[in-house]
Design a protein around this ligand. Sequence first.
Ligand code: ATP
Length: 279
Amino acid sequence: MLRFDHVTKQFGGFKAVDDVSFTVRPGIITAVIGPNGAGKSTLVNMAAGSYRVSTGRILIDDVELQALPKHKIAHAGLSRTYQNIRLFDGMSVMKNLEVALVPPSIGSLVSDTFGFGGRREAEERRERCFEVLKTLGLAPFAERQAGSLAYGQQKLVELARAIVPKPRVLLLDEPAAGLNHGETEQLKQHILALRQPDLAMVLIEHDMKLIMSISDTIIVMNRGQLLAEGSPADIRANIEVQEAYLGQPGAIRDIEAAARGRRNRVRLREGEGLTWHQP
Ligand SMILES: Nc1ncnc2c1ncn2[C@@H]1O[C@H](COP(=O)(O)OP(=O)(O)OP(=O)(O)O)[C@@H](O)[C@H]1O
């Protein structure tokens, strides 16, 4: 379980994430949506240790992540993919995956990737990587240079690299960005297949069709604040959220004013299970 507990991130005087609290449960897919600049990637970057939290806590179960270095966060069970592909272009697909299995105590990715540990450990790592490549249909490309693959295949290699360490929390930052219809459909099937009882998955996406078809719960962010959370049906049914997402400022102001007049969390639509959060 991943928990954001009153998390704020300031860049100078600007709050990119402003007192956000929510929980990502295992066994389901939690989507985070919102207009450009809403603070979605900043949440991921803080959880993964790329950005320091200004105030608040981020936890996997009882382990606080916000003060840990990146490799310890990975060791605690968190994996991520990036909005922009970050593979080692000149290395084989297999090596790109093996890098993710380097024991944190070693310190040097290179020494491990190119031969650290006993033959047995190396063999086990390769077996695990190959197993994931097979699952994602990438086995034929195992020894190809990552940079030589098509864009859609590289996005899948990123996903594979995030999966090999068997994470407990998987953060996917716009995995469908730049994919065509067929590739997006394929990605959808892979993400659905990843849904397991012991994995908490966060999906940041702008592709609303994909979001609505695979998410179990949706968090709506706007201007650094958590605006609403609910099931896809709740979110779809709520015209105000749609307007906010489509960027109509009048609707956002109305929603903010409505929420400000209430204490803490309020349910505006009791029957629908949509929870509003006070900005
Ligand atoms: N390193 C940084 N320094 C200064 N400002 C930043 C930094 N990273 C993000 N921001 C700002 O924080 C705000 C939130 O950015 P973020 O990337 O989290 O939004 P997002 O919801 O992921 O947007 P998008 O959907 O466009 O990726 C933006 O205004 C952005 O310019």
